[in-house]
Design a protein around this ligand. Structure first.
Ligand code: NAD
Length: 325
């Protein structure tokens, strides 16, 4: 199988590419991978096994329709990760989010249809639903995004589903909860807090710290994506969750402990504008239809993640030094 992975130099996309090339998925055995990535601030060639002859890296933008027209023919499937992905950046300026997440996704869908690519897996987020006080979202829940990031992802989800309904494209949409793990750009909560604490720097905690997130190890997420690629029904949405809800306050406590730091390292900061209070995904559908269950518990996952950042200063120090985080 020839798989095109957009955004494959980023955090989750590169974890997926490494897993495919490592032979972690029986269904992808013998596959070769093309990564298409514009190397934005969060894209990093060092995330990829570039010497692997089954990997082809193409430095390019998903909004470049000429490039897509030349590149896509011959691929059996697309796994679409490329996105502007950080909520705080979308609050500072929404346009890059609309350009990449909405326009880029439509251009990719059009090019995939023209090239006759088979399956198109569109990777999305629980944030498209907004915030939920009690219970959990199912896949049929109405979309009610609050941040420009979430709104742009919701737009791209709907365009992907419309491509299935209108043109009969073989599209599957996945929506996941908050990912963590190695190679995550140190602007997101867990790598930011861990790298700050490893450097003896304080960490900023939004508002009252009571916002609740479900944490999902990136390896579990990528395994869920592969199940959706292999077995998902066309035109369907599948949730991929970690089954581990906790407040940002509780998560901070765990990270402090893992890094040997105290609460005096925590600086409360003004809450994020429009900050969603709680996300919660019901993962019954993917569990029953595709046999997915998260395998990495939060305690083990956090311990191995903290250890990775402790052992890979060479990866994250240049990123923080250049001021992108
Ligand atoms: P990331 O920011 O680490 O990676 C995004 C990648 O896309 C980068 O390599 C970047 O260079 C590339 N990219 C950005 N714009 C591009 C463009 N115009 N053309 C080509 N490449 C481009 O993000 P991530 O955390 O790995 O997220 C990947 C996907 O997963 C995104 O679609 C995101 O919405 C989704 N997601 C992430 C999380 C999470 O917790 N990180 C949760 C839910 C969903």
């Amino acid at each position: 199988m020839q798989i095109l992975v957009t955004g494959g130099a980023g955090f989750i996309g590169s974890a997926y590419v490494r897993a495919v090339l490592n032979g972690d998925y029986a269904g992808a055995a013998g596959s070769s991978v093309t990564v298409l990535d514009s190397l934005s601030y969060s894209g990093n060639r060092a995330n990829l096994p570039l010497t692997d002859t089954r990997l082809r890296f193409v430095h390019g933008d998903i909004t470049d329709s000429g490039l897509l027209r030349d590149l896509l023919p011959g691929h059996d499937a697309i796994v679409h990760f490329a996105a502007e992905s950080h909520v705080d950046r979308s609050i500072e300026g929404a346009l890059p989010f609309v350009t990449t997440n909405v326009l880029g996704t439509q251009l990719l869908l059009d090019a995939a249809r023209d090239a006759g690519v088979g399956r198109f897996v569109h990777v999305s987020t629980d944030e498209v639903y907004g915030s939920i006080a009690e219970g959990s979202w199912t896949e049929t829940w109405p979309l009610s995004p609050n941040s420009p990031y979430a709104a742009s992802k919701a737009g791209s989800d709907l365009l992907a589903l419309a491509a299935h309904r209108t043109h009969g494209m073989d599209v599957v949409v996945t929506r996941c909860s908050n990912n963590y793990g190695p190679h995550q750009f140190p602007e997101k909560l867990i790598p930011l807090f861990v790298t700050n604490l490893l450097d003896g720097e304080p960490v900023p905690l939004y508002g009252d710290g009571g916002n609740i997130r479900d944490w999902l190890h990136v390896a579990d997420h990528c395994r869920g994506i592969q199940l959706a690629l292999e077995k998902g029904r066309p035109g369907e949405v599948y949730h991929i969750g970690g089954g581990t809800e906790l407040t940002n306050h509780d998560l901070t406590g765990r990270l402090l402990e893992a890094c040997g730091a105290d609460w005096d390292m925590v600086v409360p900061v003004a809450d994020r504008k429009g900050h969603d209070r709680r996300y919660s995904l019901d993962i019954t559908k993917i569990s029953e239809e595709l046999g997915y269950a998260p395998r990495i518990g939060l305690a083990d996952g956090l311990a191995s993640t903290v250890a990775w950042y402790r052992d890979h200063r060479d990866w994250w120090e240049p990123l923080k030094a250049r001021g992108g985080a």
